[in-house]
Write a protein that binds this ligand. Sequence first.
Ligand code: NAI
Length: 247
Amino acid sequence: MNRLNEKIAVVTGASRGIGKAIALRLASEGADLVVTATTLASAEKTASAVEKLGRRALPLAVNVADFDEASALMKETLAQFSRIDILVNNAGITRDNLLIRMSQEQWNEVIDVNLRGTFNCIRAATKPLMKQRSGKIVNITSVVGVMGNAGQANYCASKAGVIGLTKSVARELAPRNIQVNAIAPGFIKTDMTDDLPDDVKEGLNTTIPAARIGEAADVAAAVAFLASKDADYMTGQVLHVDGGMAM
Ligand code: NAI
């Protein structure tokens, strides 16, 4: 497929897991990539995988929680590629704990990366997107941002916040032909979920109608769709990629 030929895509947190799968999927559909991660070395690894697919890639170290770094990311993207067509806000972290034991640091860190980080990148990209009068923003939320989850009050609040942010920005930017949607993955096999204890994983498995854990590629396929012309008349939506967990 070449749905994304000549498109410039920025993917945050693309060193591994879902973000890396998204970067490679967008590249395989023809997009050139700005690949960001917390360290340059890890961004470079994904960038060279993108280049092996025959696309251009700019690796950058960006902490999305920092407003100025998010602004610099968009400036460097414009300097290198002259436009931004697709922004995928994928960077995210967990700091799980029951509320009774949750520290302010655990709360703040998760809100800072997942919610503030998404705001920072959207805010920095909005002006160029508005000038272009076209663009796609895809925010990675989570099924637990809709359902809630014991032990993840910080994470669920951040992901629910991303949904509210998505819908509000979708309304603001729709007249400029910019579509803003979210994807809510369920339980996807990555380093983030590998950290969960085995009994928690087994318990989660029984709550998935599809009776299997998802793959990063399942999420990447949905991102490619929302980033393409095929989704031009969709905005403000939350697309679940969760094997039927939330319905
Ligand atoms: P992961 O831990 O494997 O990868 C997270 C990525 O975010 C890494 O590249 C990391 O370097 C980057 N990152 C972390 N802090 C950052 C910061 N301050 N600035 C920039 N980048 C930063 O996680 P995974 O599983 O690939 O998750 C990707 C996204 O999908 C996250 O937003 C996560 O919340 C979401 N998600 C994951 C699910 C899963 O089951 N794995 C389920 C639902 C949502």
